[in-house]
Ligand binder design. Structure first.
Ligand code: ST9
Ligand code: ZN
Ligand code: ZN
Length: 333
């Protein structure tokens, strides 16, 4: 069936997705025994990052200028968009298309968030969706909150991640010259964009001290990381399941706010091609959707994919946990 374009916003309504007639019930089995190989470099770096961030919060309330905190907040939102609108909704899921200026902007913002090159991020995320809650899922939430949150970054990956991941098609990502150069130049670009520029600007523009500027930027980075990790941990464990009660991902409003719209995870795992990653895409709990809609208005984003209302309704009735009406709260954005 051909996709149809809805009038005012040019939103592409995807109507030809295959919807399984029988509810998908993932086999939740205990992680197979395998030798855990800790990566001490990461354990030390993440411990340092969190300790320095606590000091950054202390400095925010004692000696730093208010502009430095506001700058940190702005960078959290901008870097966040590089992950949500960029790595996640554009590149991992192809839920909309973007012209090159937007792809360049999102690559810059993505590097500001330092969560590794987009191609690697999107590879792990595609594997996560395809093999959720199995050993092939890089942050398999059946291994507990800590593992899904940060533990998976402190040890070598389970062999199944590598084995199953080999079957994932990434040609679209490797064919994008902007992403190719981000990956190639990552070790040069990342320190400049994520640490040096964010620290230097408060020092030159409003005479902030190096220590205040550096530690508050580390706090900004660590906060963004934890907001992202909460999608893998909390939103895979706590919340309602109005769309599919047979999967772990859940609707989690707190995570949605912190992660700029990415906490509506039961919907997202049920309909991963929707650019809103939620049914309603309310701007108040989904700033990323507001950003993509704005980009669509100026013509930089196009072919935004959504899910027809009747398809959602059918799915809610067939596999939902009966809490759907709870999430229809309010109509305005
Ligand atoms: C970070 C990432 O924090 C966070 C991602 C979170 C994702 C969340 C998604 C939720 C939805 C979206 C919500 C967004 C919300 C945002 C809110 C914002 C406000 N398939 O990886 P290696 C193979 S990063 C196929 O080293 P090890 C491959 O051959 C933080 N093959 O595995 C690869 O070689 P290459 C900063 C795969 O050695 C080789 O294995 N970064 C796959 O086991 C080695 O790969 C860090 O701290 C696959 N999926 O080491 C670095 N994976 O790459 C952290 C691997 O050359 N990472 N292969 O092709 C590491 O140090 C290591 O990856 C490791 C594992 C130690 C964790
Ligand atoms: Zn996703
Ligand atoms: Zn997930």
């Amino acid at each position: 069936m051909a996709p149809n374009i809805s009038a005012p916003t040019g939103v592409l309504m995807e109507t030809d997705e295959e919807v399984p007639m029988v509810p998908h019930i993932p086999e939740v089995k205990k992680s197979q025994e395998h030798k855990l190989h800790l990566v001490w470099r990461n354990i030390i770096l993440f411990a340092y990052l969190h300790i320095a961030s606590v000091y950054g919060v202390y400095l925010m309330f004692t000696s730093a200028r208010i502009y430095t905190s506001l700058w940190g907040f702005l960078l959290y939102q901008l870097g966040g968009l590089g992950i949500t609108a960029g790595a996640h909704r554009l590149w991992a899921h192809r839920s909309y298309k973007a012209k090159w200026p937007l792809r360049l902007l999102l690559t810059f913002l993505n590097t500001l968030a330092f969560q590794d090159a987009v191609v690697d991020w999107a590879r792990d995320h595609r594997v996560h969706h395809k093999y959720s809650e199995t050993d092939a899922d890089p942050h398999n939430a059946t291994r507990g909150f800590f593992f899904a949150h940060i533990g998976w970054l402190l040890c070598r990956k389970h062999p199944d991640v590598r084995a199953k991941g080999k079957g994932i098609d990434l040609s679209d990502l490797y064919n994008d010259p902007i992403l190719k150069y981000q990956k190639k130049l990552y070790l040069l670009l990342m320190p400049i964009i994520c640490f040096i520029i964010p620290t230097a600007i408060p020092m030159y523009l409003w005479d902030e001290t190096f220590t205040n500027s550096f530690c508050i930027n580390l706090f900004r980075y660590t906060f963004t990381l934890n907001a992202t990790w909460l999608v893998n941990s909390a939103a895979h464990m706590f919340g309602h399941k109005p769309y599919d009660r047979y999967i772990s991902p859940s609707e989690n409003v707190s995570v949605a706010v912190l992660a700029m719209g990415e906490g509506w995870h039961n919907y997202h795992h049920t309909f991963p091609w929707d650019y809103k990653t939620s049914e309603l895409g309310k701007y108040s709990t989904n700033f990323t959707t507001a950003f993509i809609d704005f980009m669509a208005r100026i013509g930089w984003a196009y072919e935004l994919k959504t899910v027809p209302e009747d398809l959602i309704k059918k799915r809610v009735l067939r596999t939902g946990d009966g809490t759907h009406e709870l999430w229809g709260w309010g109509d305005s954005d």
